[in-house]
Design a protein around this ligand. Sequence first.
Ligand SMILES: [Zn+2]
Length: 303
Amino acid sequence: MTTANLSQVVKVLETLYPLRYAEEWDEPGLIVGDPFAPIRKIYCAVDPTEAIVEEALEWGADLLVTHHPLFFRSVHSVSGMGFRGEIVNKLVHGHCGLWVGHTNADAAHRGVSEALADGLGLVEQTPLVPIDDPNSKYPVGLGRVGNLPRAMSLEALAHSVADLVPPTERGIDVAGDLSMQVTRVAVLGGSGDSVFDEVRASHADVYVTSDLRHHPVLDARQQALREAQLRIADDAADERAAAAVAWPAFINTPHYASEKVWFTYALEDIPAACFQQYGAMPEMKLSPTNTDPFTAHLGPSLD
Ligand SMILES: [Zn+2]
């Protein structure tokens, strides 16, 4: 079997996860690597930490594909005095490239949010924030909203989410009545509080995302409740319609956990596309390491 080089593999990656889908502030793509290097083994992980890079090198990876960027801001040094520079040094000395699929992979077909939506069995999916791409056969964009094949309790959905994402010390949090019936579900892998307006406009019963904070959630729920009360005051007969505009319930997962679900697709799609394009099938491996920075969950609870 032939072997693809790094520039060929990058072409495959950027066809699956086009860089033009990335948010304006984001700079995904190839971060480290020799374009002519042969790529036989690709290691995958959510975060490019030093420990993950060591795992990749130990396995003999030629390329590390991560979801999170190594650099968020402009860089003036890659010396080993800082951990990011040391990661670059380790990759270069280990002859391993680094390619990042961040917000471009969030938005893509079979990307982060679609993997979550499919994992929960949502049908009739549409993006929460669509991107217009005439070249894509599939709807693409940030987040997904879709319907469960049949209504279930918020509690049952929360268990489905917990079964879908990799285990973490923190588990998942729920905001809402566990017995409420839910059908319409919005999802966004990673930090999701920037699209509350789109979630509300999508008429989702529940929003599954990560990194939700006290004030945005509390405020959104209070405002929705107030709007529902005003609607009831407007038309007492319309109580049901008023209830339907209330803010959805929330299921909040650790950030690392919601995004790792993407790799169930990436591990299938990247070698298949390399084979189709170049007749080369690199070996893929997903890191088993949990990179959620929170390592314990304890303290008093109401029970
Ligand atoms: Zn993320």
